[in-house]
Design a protein around this ligand. Structure first.
Ligand code: AMP
Length: 216
């Protein structure tokens, strides 16, 4: 089962993907995490990507596509994978089609107010990449990851000016993919307005309803 998770930065794709990974046992591939890992290890790829990421811009297609192509050939992708943050441009979407078959595209939607509040309060673990929020998903101990005791930090691209730029880039480039995948009959919309910890939220249940109907 190969799934694309689509939706604005901050809509919660990473959080939903970790839950779905536990349920379906398929790989979770976040191109943002792959870039951040390369930056941490100071690789050539990381040095190039950082230039763009710190400004809230997209990393050029050639670099991103090449990295993704290699990642989906790894052993943990045999059963399938969830792409979180890829594709982000039409070129990437078309290239992806040539690499593999996509079974479904889950398009998460939330209002601009919800998105901004989520992005600006988000804290990420430097080590295991778990995501917390200063208001609605607080760690037990301030700035410390509940799972691995790693340090929680605010990503450079989650500062207000960069958030604004990332949302503009999403509206200009990535939102075109909503129509692209609708025309292919692959897009299903999932309401991500309520926070996943809200008892009234049924985001994962909605995803499961869609995914359990797939014949793969
Ligand atoms: P994310 O963690 O998905 O919000 O991604 C963080 C940043 O990584 C983005 O703002 C981009 O600079 C870069 N990035 C992640 N995925 C892609 C992609 N598919 N294409 C281009 N740039 C990307």
């Amino acid at each position: 089962m190969n799934i694309v998770l689509l939706g604005s930065p901050g809509v919660g794709k990473g959080t939903y993907a970790s839950r779905l990974k536990k349920i379906y046992g398929i790989a979770h591939i976040s191109t943002g995490d792959l870039f951040r890992e390369n930056i941490k290890q100071n690789t050539e790829l990381g040095i190039k990507a950082k230039e763009y990421m710190d400004k809230g811009m997209l990393v050029p297609d050639e670099i991103t596509i090449d990295m993704l192509k290699k990642r989906i050939q790894e052993a943990d992708c045999k059963k399938g994978f969830m792409l979180d943050g890829f594709p982000r441009t039409l070129t990437q979407a078309k290239e992806l089609e040539g690499m593999t078959k996509i079974d479904i595209v889950l398009n998460f939607v939330a209002s601009p107010e919800v998105i901004i509040q989520r992005l600006s309060g988000r804290r990420t673990c430097r080590d295991c990449k778990s995501i917390f929020h200063i208001l609605n998903m607080k760690p037990k101990q301030e700035s410390v990851c509940d799972h691995c005791k790693g340090e929680l930090y605010q990503r450079a691209d989650e500062m207000p000016e960069v958030i604004e730029k990332r949302l503009r880039v999403y509206n200009d480039q990535t939102s075109l993919l909503i129509q692209y995948y609708s025309e292919k009959g692959l897009r299903v919309e999932i309401d991500g307005n309520l926070h996943i910890t809200d008892t009234k939220a049924h985001i994962i249940k909605d995803c499961q309803e869609v995914l359990n109907k797939l014949n793969c």
